[in-house]
Design a protein around this ligand. Structure first.
Ligand code: SF4
Ligand code: SF4
Length: 183
């Protein structure tokens, strides 16, 4: 019984002399290799060359600040609850008098970690956040030889302070620049 229409009868004829020396097959193989030399390359020389990502690409998370450089995250935990991979952990702390220039809300994340080995870059954390405190950027987590290198701490995730380093802040915003300016 045939399972598909693509079944091919095996040729069991004895090989001819020409077939036995495999020369024709080697020439055919070399021809395929040579023909690929002149085709458009599908690979790029990363990291010197970088691909343009799709507009809906979701990469490494960024912890956002407001225009005054204060951390937006209020450690409500909604992103951690929404995360299907359970990749987010955090510890909340109370803002102390005199720290108003550091944290936007009365509560902030003293510790905030994302395990990039668990993260599936689904973007649910961004959608769950009521404070616009986290978003997925247009870059990805670089490779690392150590597992601990994939545990991103708050310092690794925080966007540069717009007051201290406006250029790096704008660069980190990327495509979000216009949307952020309206907020
Ligand atoms: S992108 Fe998805 S998997 Fe990754 S931390 Fe956010 S919610 Fe979790
Ligand atoms: S990032 Fe947003 S959702 Fe997550 S704890 Fe901070 S404020 Fe809450």
């Amino acid at each position: 019984m045939q399972l598909t229409q693509r079944a091919k009868q095996v040729d069991r004829r004895p090989m001819t002399w020409l077939e036995k020396i495999y020369l024709w097959n080697i020439v055919k193989g070399m021809w395929i290799t040579l023909s690929h030399l002149f085709k458009r390359k599908v690979t790029i020389q990363y990291p010197e060359q970088k691909r343009t990502f799709s507009k809906v690409f979701r990469g490494l998370q960024v912890l956002n600040r407001d225009e005054e450089g204060r951390e937006r995250c209020t450690a409500c935990g909604l992103c951690a609850v929404a995360c299907p991979a359970e990749a987010i952990t955090m510890e909340a702390a109370e803002r102390q008098p005199g720290e108003e220039h550091l944290y936007k809300e009365e509560k902030y994340a003293a510790k905030y970690e994302i395990n990039m080995l668990r993260c599936i870059f689904c973007g649910y954390c961004e959608e769950a956040c009521p404070k616009d405190a986290i978003y997925l950027s247009e870059t990805f987590a670089p490779s690392n030889y150590q597992r601990k290198g994939f545990i991103y701490k708050k310092e690794d995730l925080l966007i540069p302070n717009p007051k201290e380093n406006p250029e790096a802040y704008q660069q980190a915003l990327g495509e979000r620049r216009e949307a952020q300016a309206k907020k």
